[in-house]
Design a protein around this ligand. Sequence first.
Ligand SMILES: [Zn+2]
Ligand SMILES: [Zn+2]
Length: 389
Amino acid sequence: MRVAQLDFADPEFPVSIVEKPSPDLPGPQWARIRVTGGGICGSDLHLFKPTTGQTPMLMSYVAMPMELGHEISGIVLEAGPGFPIDSGERVAVDPVMGCVARGIEPLCPQCAIGAAASCHNLASREVTPGFMIGYTNGLGSGWADEVVVHESMLHLVPDAVADEAVVLHEPLSVVIHGVLRRPPRDGDRVLIVGAGIIGLCAVAAIKSLFPACHVTVVAKHDHQQDAARSLGADEVVAPASDGSHISELAKIAETHVVGTGMLAGGFQYVIEAVGAPGAISECLRSVGGGGTIIFLGAAGVTEVDLTPLWFKEVTVAGSFCHASDPHGAEGLVHSVDLALDVLASGALPHDLVITHEFPLGQLREAVETALGRGETGALKVVLRPQDMV
Ligand SMILES: [Zn+2]
Ligand SMILES: [Zn+2]
């Protein structure tokens, strides 16, 4: 099979597409998946052009060479005895490899409560080095023809979700888990900073799961602004390079700007969907007193003025990947299953947000299209390894 791996073999482009034997199933509870969609995530793009600062603390959590692609949709090809999902079924993959997938017992405290993304054993190198599919080696990945996955990582896809849309479960689930870590209240004014795919998924998630919230989006590019409006954002604000759009945000939040550009009151609930210092600062200066910021952008080493954090008594909730979280009367719900429900409802139309699709062999063009989103109009770029495009 073909797999895209980060190996720096080509001085022009750090990723090579290499032929490897199909990986063996590591155990009876594993299945081989034929990949039908491999999304290109903002975090993948940092490997090609870093914009959010380095994250040296995570060096022990990745394999090298690294098989890339953690946004994965597929079809079960083959499974071990006793595997609960039939061959031919469509599946969404939760790429995180916690204690259950690695066969570690007893489960760590986080896995014991269904929060494998914050598993204590992500750097254990059991089964594979790397904390999740897309940063591992030897299992295949989303930018490959095949991937092998433990049953605990698979979610069945409802019939109402179109084949092309399934791969969107991953960024949407990232947002849903983040939001459910500390949900907004009815009537909250929500500010989403950033309108790449994570920001747009946040619009769809808030509008679907918390429809009584008012949603404002800060969106840089025209095509992002249009998409945010199509998904139901109540207000869309274009950021000015001198920060002067803060007065527009003040008007929406029915407050005023103090001094050098902090809102006196502000938005009760803010979602950081970029990971760059400018966006983090935007969240901090716009959040209201006693408000909440959900950190979804993958910020690394960076410099921001944290004054509003303590001065406004802000609560910051970090979030990573996927988990089971309490959701209303339903009790504990896994974020991937909720994401699939949101996709089934049509709240995040795939033909709106999947703007480009490429065969695996055109990986370089796909990455350049995603990186050049200001010119290409890219929102989500998806690789289709089975040459569906
Ligand atoms: Zn991602
Ligand atoms: Zn664990």
